[in-house]
Design a protein around this ligand. Structure first.
Ligand code: 9RB
Ligand code: ZN
Length: 392
């Protein structure tokens, strides 16, 4: 069992400019220039901690490449590609679509490197070179729809990797689990009518995008039943997320029987995050990861591939990333979350009736998911030749 890791310095060069948090600075509005909340710092520190803790030496480092136009077009419209390219050629201050998604000078190529990094990771997992993997990428992707960027996202890397896995790697059924604090609306919309890709999003109810991610959004047409949402109330923490994992995510995965699990791995449900009001700790991420690893082990030869999404606390995100990645790699380092003692007494248990109610609602929908028609056809990567090691 081995764990792949994708990182590239260019990911830190995606320039989100001088917005104050997320608002563009301008003297007429009184918004002073500052630093955009989606800046390199939390990601740089996470990568440094992975290195300094010794964990990097235990990982299989995989070099990213830029996703090709053909690969991007499996998900996005040509107009969207042209738009991002044109915005990226401006000398900064471009936007991906909603006025809140900065496109810096050269960000088109960096976003292609993010999507291509995930493609390389999924390919290595499908070939059996590694069991699972993590791409510590920027910019994020889960809000990007087929034809627009949104919520700091340019291209939907997870969706691009999922389509690549289906088109080139013989992995027919893909489950996308999204535990970023914000609704994975872009991924959901891309696969909304497609029963071959199950999307499950756990998020803070009504946080972002506005009025998105409710339980009644359950897929449509052939895809009815294959979009699940668990909009947890603000203040939800360890108990609520673990309960949502065991009552919704795991049963849904078991019924769906995926060939690959992709994780939109946002850390902004962390207790110190400025962009949401959830209360997860590094221990929560570790436990949630364990559950997904177990599911991947029993369902799809351990194939679990994660892409970084949100997570904006420079001083806390790195410890959550480390806990996640230690668990993924099945190891521990000498680094102990130094904030664990600080958050130990934060009230994140027991489950509240409101949390229980929304989890129950989502649990009811799991019955709408069906196993593949032909279980015998699963987990055989048709696009690959040669021996296929079973590394479960
Ligand atoms: C809207 C505004 C937001 C709010 C949150 C995010 C977080 C993204 C993330 C992005 C953009 C403002 C809709 C301000 O971390 N995803 O994982 N924009 N919020 N004004 N308006 C109208
Ligand atoms: Zn987020």
């Amino acid at each position: 069992m081995s764990t792949g890791y994708v990182f590239h310095p260019e990911y830190l060069w995606h320039d989100t400019g001088t917005s104050a948090g997320l608002l563009p600075a301008h003297p007429t509005t009184g918004i002073q220039p500052a630093v955009h909340v989606e800046n390199p710092e939390a990601k740089r520190r996470a990568h440094e901690l992975i290195h300094a803790s010794g964990l990097l030496a235990e990982l299989v480092v995989i070099e990213p490449r830029r996703a090709t136009v053909t690969e991007l077009l499996r998900v996005h419209t040509g107009e969207h590609l042209q738009h991002i390219k044109a915005q990226s050629e401006l000398r900064g201050a471009g936007d991906a679509g909603d006025g809140f998604s900065p496109v810096g000078h050269g960000s088109y190529d960096i976003a292609r490197l993010a999507a291509g990094g995930l493609i390389e990771l999924v390919t290595a997992v499908a070939q059996g070179d590694i069991t699972n993997g993590y791409a510590l990428t920027r910019p994020p992707g889960h809000h990007a729809t087929a034809d627009a960027g949104m919520g700091f996202c340019l291209f939907n890397s997870i969706a691009i990797a999922a389509r690549h896995a289906q088109a080139e790697l013989g992995l027919a059924r893909i489950a996308v689990v999204d535990w970023d604090a914000h609704h994975g609306n872009g991924t959901q919309s891309i696969f909304y009518t497609d029963p071959t890709v199950l999307t499950i999003s756990l998020h803070q109810a009504g946080c972002f995008p506005p009025d998105s991610g409710w339980t009644h959004e359950n897929g449509a047409g052939d895809g009815l039943g294959y979009a699940l949402n668990v909009p947890l109330p603000p203040g939800s923490g360890h108990a609520a997320y673990l309960h949502a994992m065991t009552e919704v995510v795991l049963p849904a995965l078991d019924r769906f029987a995926p060939d690959l699990i992709l994780l939109a791995n946002g850390f902004d449900a962390g207790v110190f995050d400025p962009m949401a009001r959830q209360m997860l700790t590094s221990a929560s991420y570790r436990e949630m990861t364990r559950l997904l690893i177990d599911a991947a082990g029993r369902l799809c030869h351990g194939r679990l591939v994660a892409a970084h999404e949100g997570g904006y606390s420079p001083f806390y995100t790195p410890y959550c990333v480390l806990a996640f990645l230690e668990e993924l790699a099945g190891t521990i380092t000498h680094v102990v979350d130094p904030l664990a003692a600080v958050v130990a007494g934060y009230a994140a248990e027991p489950l509240t009736p409101q949390q229980q109610a929304v989890i129950n609602e989502a649990t009811q929908l799991v019955a709408g998911i069906h196993a593949p028609a032909s279980p015998a056809a699963r987990c055989k990567p048709a696009g690959l030749t040669g021996p296929y090691p079973d590394r479960q």
